[in-house]
Each structure stands twice: as structure tokens, then as C-alpha cells.
Design a protein around this ligand. Structure first.
Ligand code: PXP
Length: 243
């Protein structure tokens, strides 16, 4: 199982002040030192967190593979072709959503055509391709038909399940989808809404080879780093008074 860490929300904190810290590129180095297998970023059309500069610098400096999440927006596909990351994951995107709300609408012919056009460009640039899909057989069938290398199963319904029986049901759907994906020859990834509390059963599914986890890890990093961050500032204040 490979862990890819999504560092979008390091950039969210930076953008809260439109300054240059915290820099997701610096965070990525620490994520790599922590043992992650790769780094994931989502360049949204509204650039609310990750910027074009972040993607360019990460692509040029990472030691681990970059998984670049993007919607089928021509100018962003241009950037993906330019930087040629290890992998591009196509995701649906709505301007008003707080975070990605569901998998690609692969049963819609217009969406499928747009995706096919993007996949052609990415493949020509030597980029591995993955499609973010809901854990339903039809989405996997279409992903295989389109020639994607991988699918990322949307784990949001699992993460948001209201009780143990609903969670069990969602886990069963993920397991069935993962098996179906493997049978079709797709590599199977998963992600969205996974936390330290709920990740165990998903991580145990053998057909899933890669997890993308962001918000929960960045949230914990803020808390586990708080004590030393405050100590550093307090020491500066003491020194300023000759202490
Ligand atoms: N996978 C995809 C396709 C996503 O869009 C996101 C969120 O950007 C993630 C995984 C990570 O989700 P989370 O931040 O909830 O861990």
C-alpha cells in the first residue's frame, strides 16, 4: 500500500493571508522525510490553494512521485502536459464546492468525450492516468474502456457513513469496486475523507494499492507541531528582553 499525502491545505493556510508561508513545497520535503510514497496536489480552476508555481516547483524538486489532480480544464491540462508529473488524476470540479463532492460523471457522453481528449494528451506526454470515480461497476467499466491506467475510488460516502451498518455497507461497495477494477486490469487507488480513525478497514483491502490522504494529516500536523512552534516564538520574545 502506497501513501500519497495531499498537501493542498498547507496552501490553504498560506492563501488565508496571500503570503508565502507555509510553503507547500517545504511541507512536501518533510512529508517525504516522514516516509510518504508520493505527494498529491489539486490545482483548482479558482486557485484557492495550490498555485501554478507550486506545481512547477514540486514537479522539478520532488524525490517521490507527484500525483497531479486536475479537472478537464484546457489550461490546467496544458500545465500537466508541460510539467509531466508521474501521474495525473482527473477529478470533477464545481466552483461552489468546499471539496470534491463525487466521482466523475462517466455515464455522461459529453464528460466522457472531454476525459478521452485529456487522456490522449496526458498519455502523449508520458503521464500515468487515473480517474476519480464513485465505487460503482459502471464507472470502472467506462474507465477501462477509456484506457486509464488506474482509478481512484471515492471514499467520501464511506467516511461520511452515519453509523456502523452504513459504514459496513459502504466498505462492501469499496471492496466490490476494487475487485472489479482489478479484474478489468486497472490499478486501484482510493481517497477522500480518510482519517486516523476510519482508514484501517480501507487500508486492509488488498486490491487497493494507493491511498490519497490530505485533510486529516494536515490537521494533525498543525496540532502536533503547535507546542514547538509556540516554544520557538516564546524563546525569541525572551531573547528580545535579554533573557
Ligand atoms: N482524492 C481526491 C480525488 C481529492 O479530491 C481529495 C481532496 O482534494 C483527496 C483524495 C484527499 O481528501 P482528504 O483531504 O479528505 O483526505
Amino acid at each position: 500500500m502506497r501513501l500519497f499525502v495531499n498537501i493542498d491545505h498547507v496552501a490553504t493556510v498560506r492563501q488565508a493571508r496571500r503570503t508565502d508561508e507555509p510553503d507547500p513545497v517545504r511541507a512536501a520535503v518533510l512529508v517525504e522525510l516522514g516516509g510518504a510514497d508520493g505527494i498529491t496536489v489539486h490545482l483548482r480552476e479558482d486557485r484557492r490553494h495550490i498555485s501554478d508555481r507550486d506545481v512547477r516547483v514540486l514537479a522539478a524538486t520532488l524525490r517521490t512521485p507527484l500525483n497531479f489532480e486536475l479537472a478537464t480544464v484546457p489550461e490546467i491540462v496544458d500545465l500537466a502536459v508541460e510539467v509531466a508529473p508521474h501521474q495525473a488524476t482527473l477529478v470533477p470540479e464545481k466552483r461552489t464546492e468546499v471539496t470534491t463532492e463525487g466521482g466523475l460523471a462517466l455515464t455522461d457522453a459529453a464528460v466522457r468525450d472531454r476525459i478521452a481528449g485529456c487522456l490522449d494528451r496526458l498519455v502523449a506526454a508520458g503521464v500515468r492516468t487515473s480517474l476519480f470515480v464513485d465505487p460503482v461497476p459502471a464507472a470502472l467499466d467506462v474507465s477501462a474502456e477509456l484506457g486509464a491506467d488506474a482509478v481512484e475510488l471515492h471514499t467520501g460516502e464511506y467516511a461520511n457513513a452515519r453509523d456502523a451498518s452504513a459504514r459496513r455497507h459502504e466498505l462492501d461497495r469499496l471492496v466490490a469496486a476494487a475487485r472489479h477494477g482489478r479484474d478489468l486490469g486497472l490499478d486501484v487507488h482510493a481517497g477522500h475523507g480518510l482519517t486516523y480513525e476510519n482508514v484501517g478497514p480501507v487500508a486492509a483491502v488488498e486490491e487497493i494499492e494507493e491511498l490519497n490522504i490530505g485533510h486529516s494529516i494536515v490537521s494533525r500536523a498543525v496540532l502536533v507541531g503547535m507546542e514547538s512552534a509556540v516554544r520557538d516564538m516564546a524563546a525569541i520574545l525572551r531573547r528580545a528582553r535579554g533573557g
